[in-house]
Design a protein around this ligand. Structure first.
Ligand code: GLU
Length: 295
């Protein structure tokens, strides 16, 4: 009999700011889903875009996870140390003409309707100083989310030859995330619902690379009472170590865990997390994929 593959999950924050309540939900949800299946939970720092990073944010995120009792398995992967792997894949695709250089400006693409129409596909431009795009030979227009079922992806987005390396030399998120998840043996991706759209491109990448696909679970996003996503861009406040237990309880509530009877819940951080691992199931997640944050 074939041995069941061991569950490997991960949390992959970008260090553009300290850990805030919105990212705690992704951290906790991916942690619970891994631990409930006696799996591994990895942490990867997605420091792919230095201009958008904040000095000290990566360390703050790791320290806060530790303070919240979310201890990861194994070492931390940093995307800033993975450039050789990304470049090797891009070179292989350039060689096989699966990828090509593109000189189009953002304005030209806007004028063409907002989606890149493949203008440079056959131009055979030199790669120096140009963006690199991947020929989309595996367009994915829908996928099945573990909790939310069938997710549709807009046709034009699915068919676009997307950028894998920017003109300024930075590697693109979709490429890095898939190569890293493959490298780390990740079997399921659990993250915020803001990443539903790129999932199609990521599944397409697994197919082009002929690698076994992973499953996806997208967690509800915490939004402000005005409906904005909590994010580093709109300066969601950092969460603090002294508030670990109430903040974890609030995040558990958003994930649908039965936290209403607070008296029955342990007040000790580690017992609280053990309780949550025992209770957790993705079916508990609310029907709505955005939930107003409690603060
Ligand atoms: N680094 C991404 C972010 O912080 C998450 C990537 C992922 O989970 O696939 O939004």
């Amino acid at each position: 009999m074939k041995e069941k593959q061991r569950y490997i999950g991960r949390f992959a924050p970008s260090p553009s700011g300290p850990l805030h309540f919105g990212s705690l939900i992704a951290a906790l949800g991916s942690y619970l889903q891994a631990k409930r299946q006696a799996g591994q939970w990895l942490v990867r720092i997605e420091d792919l875009d230095p201009p958008r990073e904040m000095a000290g944010a990566a360390d703050h995120i790791l320290r806060t996870l530790d303070d919240y009792g979310l201890h990861w398995d194994g070492g931390i992967m940093y995307q800033s140390q993975r450039h050789d792997a990304y470049q090797a894949q891009i070179d292989a695709w350039l060689q096989s003409t699966q990828a090509y250089a593109c000189e189009c400006s953002r304005k030209q693409i806007q004028q063409a309707g907002g989606f890149y129409p493949g203008t440079c596909r056959e131009k055979q431009l030199a790669v120096e100083g140009q963006a690199i795009r991947l020929k989309q030979t595996e367009p994915v227009t829908s996928f099945i989310d573990v909790r939310y079922g069938n997710m549709e992806i807009p046709e034009a987005l699915a068919h676009e030859d997307f950028i894998i390396r920017r003109r300024d030399g930075l590697y693109a998120y979709n490429l890095a995330v898939v190569l890293d998840d493959i490298e780390q043996g990740v079997t399921e991706v659990v993250r915020g619902a803001d990443l539903i759209e790129p999932t199609g491109r990521q599944i397409g990448l697994y197919r082009m690379l002929a690698k076994p696909e992973v499953s996806y679970l997208h967690l509800p996003l915490a939004v402000t009472s005005q409906g904005y996503k909590l994010s580093k861009q709109n300066r969601a406040p950092a969460i603090t170590a002294d508030q670990a237990v109430p903040t974890l309880k609030a995040a558990m509530g958003i994930l649908g865990l039965p936290v209403h009877d607070l008296q029955l819940l342990p007040d000790d951080r580690d017992s609280l997390l053990q309780w949550a691992v025992k209770e957790w199931h993705p079916d508990l997640l609310p029907n709505e994929q955005s939930v107003v944050e409690p603060f």
